[in-house]
Design a protein around this ligand. Sequence first.
Ligand code: ATP
Ligand code: MG
Length: 402
Amino acid sequence: MKKVIIIKYAELNTKKDNIDFFIKILRKNIQNTLNDDTKKITYDHGRMFIESTEDDFEDLLKKVKKVFGIHEINIAYKLDTTDFDTIKDTLADLVKDADFNTFKVATKRSDKSYPLDSMEISKKLGGVVLRTLNDKGVTVDVHNPEVTINVEVRRGQSYIYFERVKGLGGYPVGSLGKGLLMLSGGIDSPVAGYLALKRGVRIEAIYFESPPHTSEDAKNKVLKLAKKLSEYSGYVKIHVINFTEIQETILKNAPHDYLITLMRRMMYRITERVAYKNNCKCIVNGESIGQVASQTLTSMSCINAVTNMPVIRPVACLDKNDIIDIAKDIDTYKISIEPFEDCCTIFVPKHPVINPDVRSCEEYEANVDYDALVKKAVETSTVIKVENNSNTQIKEDFKDLF
Ligand code: ATP
Ligand code: MG
């Protein structure tokens, strides 16, 4: 018997006028994830069907579970007929070794010309189950059954399924534009990226390195994190910025309590430019209110003052423990805690300012032509593309990509 994966997209159904747009992107994302053009995917406004076999079924399911925009996944048996006797025989066969005490049958009949209505189908099939499991004391419980047997009768086909797997929810990646994620090697920013992807925002990443103060290992850690995120989005492009000259210049020219504030203002300026250049509509980062000195509200607004682009901070209001829980769920945690320095940790002042003010920042920034340095950092950036389905772990395309 054929197995089929049924995909339901409840939240997308609230997008009444745009539903086709969302479903098309979802279908494309699923097709890309499966990486198999031969797989047949059909759909209507309510569900999508992926044909599978016993052999590839587990693999398909594993991949589909990582696609945003899916509310529920059902593993169904498909019949290429709506003949009622065939449905009855199939159901009897499927439940004969089952181990449950109570059940109900829930029927959906999209073919309204079918001779039986949903209630009649459910009743008759309930009778089949009772007769099949007659000696096991099985009963019907319509309110709180152990097992719900779902039957769908469509034009020319019918489906029977028991299992419901929760999907990740959210919107299909790319359906709500693109954002530029400031991706460090820490715990917070990969989680921020994951949450933005979940809202349908495709992510490109930007990583600031300061060689020789930061190592290749530190960069590789960021690429590994991007690879994890690519499991949800197919691929992630990472813009790598050489930040050494800017950091060393700040270190020489500004009071130490302002080092981090000024450094982060430069990061934002560069991020904004790279975002514009690559059609990203917002900056996404892992800032969380109060976590460190640069994330007090005063610090954040002083840093934020250099850009007009929306800055989305998906973990802004989460406790660290909650961020860690998500990091563990998406398997980035163990990469994030690998002990490599990043460009922020190597220049940490003893007493960073907690309430910086914009005027002081502007005063310190006037000493040097930072604009030229920012421009240079953007122009010399390199791009690395990390792909989920590629066996070569990291593929480098560099800047002629644009
Ligand atoms: P994380 O755990 O994500 O590193 P954090 O708690 O260490 O965050 P900060 O170092 O203050 O906090 O950085 C705040 C945010 O700024 C990070 O979440 C990330 O989005 C961005 N960021 C910091 N360092 C870098 C970097 N080297 N490259 C790109 N983005 C960075
Ligand atoms: Mg960090």
